[in-house]
Design a protein around this ligand. Structure first.
Ligand SMILES: [Zn+2]
Length: 389
C-alpha cells in the first residue's frame, strides 16, 4: 500500500469517482490505461473496477434507446420508474402530475440556469389544505449531473406521495418541495455530450478555459478551504466566488424564502450507500442537533439494511467529514449552519461494493433496488417530522 499525491495538472483527465473515504480507506479513480504503470511504479495497490468505461456507456445508450419515453400528453402512471429519463421527460412528468393533481400539488420555478433553462420543482401538500403553516421538507436530486439515480429517486417520491398517495394520513401533516434536477445544464450535457459530467456549465474560466463549477462546493459557508479546488479544471472547483453559480444562488434564495417552516432537507448523491449529515467541512466541530440527526439516520439505516439489498451491502451513518471525507462549501453545511434546519441530510445512493456495480453507470436493472433503499430511508425521516419530532 502506498500513497500518491495526484494533481489534475500532473495527470490528464483525472477524475475521482469516490474520494479516499475513511471507512474503506480506498478511492475510486477514473484513469486512462496508459497511467496504470505510474500507479504500479508508486507501489499503489489497486483493482480495476471497470475495464472499459466507453463500452459501458454504449451499453447504457442501447438500454436507453428502448426505454418508454414520457411525453407531455401522458398521464403520471405512464412513467417507467425503473428507467432513466432526460430533462424534457422529467419536466413533462412533473407538469402532468401538477395538472392532474392540482388540489395537492403545484409546479414551481426555483430559478434559471447559466444556459437559461428553468429549474422546476413541485410543491406538494398531501392534505390539499394550502392555508395553514406546515412543517416543510425539501428533497433535490442531480446537483451533480452524472448521478442519474438521484433524479429517479425524486420522481419515485413524487410517484409515491402525489400519484399513489402512499401513507396519506401521515404525509398530510407535511408540505414537500421536490426538485428532481437542480443542475439542468449539467444533466442535459450528460445526455448529449459527456455522460460523466459532474459540474455546472458556467465558464469558461482560467488559463485553460475550463467549464463548470462543483455546485456542491459553491455555498457561502466555509467556502474556501483545503477541501475544494481553486483550479477551474478540477472536478471539485469551488467557483470564482461563493454563490457564483446562478443555480446555487437560486436554491439559497428559495430556501431562505421558506426557512421559517423548513424542518427537513435532503441533498441526494451517488454513489456509495451513506446516510450522512453535517458537517462536511470539519471532523472537529459537531453540528447543532447532531445527536437528533444521528438518531433518526440510524433508525432509517436500520430499516434500509433490513432490505435484501441492504443486507448484502449496508448503508453507513455519520457526519460527512467523519464517515466519508471533508468538503468545503457544501450545501448541507450551509443549510445547517445558516438556516438551522433540524434534519439536514445527504444520501449517497447506489452501489457500495467495488466489483460489478459500475459506479455512476448504475444499470437500469438496479434502479428499483436503489429506489426502495432511498424511499425506505426518506420516509423514516418524513414520519418523524410528521410526528413533530
Ligand atoms: Zn454528488
Amino acid at each position: 500500500m502506498g500513497t500518491l499525491q495526484i494533481q489534475p495538472k500532473t495527470v490528464e483527465n483525472l477524475d475521482f469517482w469516490k474520494e479516499p473515504d475513511r471507512q474503506s480507506k480506498s478511492a475510486d479513480l477514473r484513469i486512462s490505461a496508459k497511467h496504470l504503470p505510474m500507479l504500479r511504479n508508486q507501489g499503489m495497490d489497486f483493482q480495476v473496477m471497470i475495464n472499459d468505461i466507453d463500452q459501458l456507456i454504449q451499453q447504457e445508450e442501447q438500454d436507453l434507446s428502448s426505454r418508454e419515453i414520457f411525453t407531455s400528453n401522458f398521464v403520471p402512471n405512464n412513467l417507467t420508474l425503473n428507467e432513466y429519463h432526460n430533462l424534457d421527460e422529467i419536466y413533462a412528468y412533473i407538469n402532468s402530475v401538477a395538472s392532474l393533481n392540482s388540489n395537492i400539488s403545484k409546479l414551481i420555478q426555483i430559478g434559471t440556469t447559466f444556459e437559461k433553462r428553468q429549474i422546476l420543482g413541485l410543491r406538494v401538500r398531501p392534505s390539499g389544505d394550502w392555508s395553514k403553516k406546515l412543517p416543510s421538507i425539501v428533497v433535490h436530486g442531480l446537483i451533480h449531473s452524472r448521478e442519474w439515480i438521484t433524479g429517479a429517486a425524486v420522481l419515485d417520491l413524487i410517484d409515491k406521495i402525489v400519484v399513489k398517495k402512499t401513507f396519506q394520513q401521515t404525509m398530510s401533516k407535511l408540505e414537500f418541495y421536490f426538485i428532481p434536477v437542480l443542475n439542468p445544464d449539467g444533466y442535459v450535457y450528460t445526455w448529449n455530450t459527456d455522460r460523466l459530467w459532474r459540474k455546472t456549465r458556467s465558464g469558461p474560466t482560467g488559463n485553460f478555459q475550463c467549464f463548470g463549477t462543483d455546485a456542491n462546493r459553491n455555498f457561502g459557508f466555509k467556502w474556501q478551504g483545503p477541501f475544494s479546488s481553486s483550479n477551474p479544471c478540477a472536478e471539485d472547483f469551488r467557483g470564482i466566488a461563493p454563490f457564483s453559480e446562478i443555480e446555487i444562488r437560486s436554491l439559497a434564495k428559495f430556501l431562505h424564502s421558506i426557512s421559517s417552516s423548513l424542518r427537513g432537507y435532503f441533498d441526494l448523491h451517488a454513489y456509495g450507500k451513506h446516510f450522512v449529515y453535517p458537517f462536511a467541512y470539519t471532523r472537529l466541530v459537531e453540528a447543532p442537533e447532531a445527536e437528533k440527526m444521528s438518531k433518526l439516520a440510524r433508525l432509517a439505516v436500520s430499516r434500509i439494511n433490513n432490505l435484501p439489498s441492504g443486507q448484502s451491502a449496508p448503508f453507513s451513518v455519520g457526519s460527512v467529514a467523519r464517515s466519508i471525507y471533508n468538503a468545503n462549501g457544501a450545501t448541507i453545511d450551509y443549510v445547517k449552519a445558516v438556516l438551522n434546519v433540524t434534519y439536514t441530510y445527504a444520501l449517497e445512493l447506489g452501489p457500495s461494493q467495488h466489483a460489478g456495480v459500475n459506479g455512476f453507470l448504475l444499470p437500469q436493472s438496479r434502479i428499483s433496488e436503489a429506489l426502495l433503499e432511498s424511499s425506505t430511508g426518506l420516509f423514516t425521516v418524513f414520519e418523524a417530522i410528521a410526528r413533530g419530532e
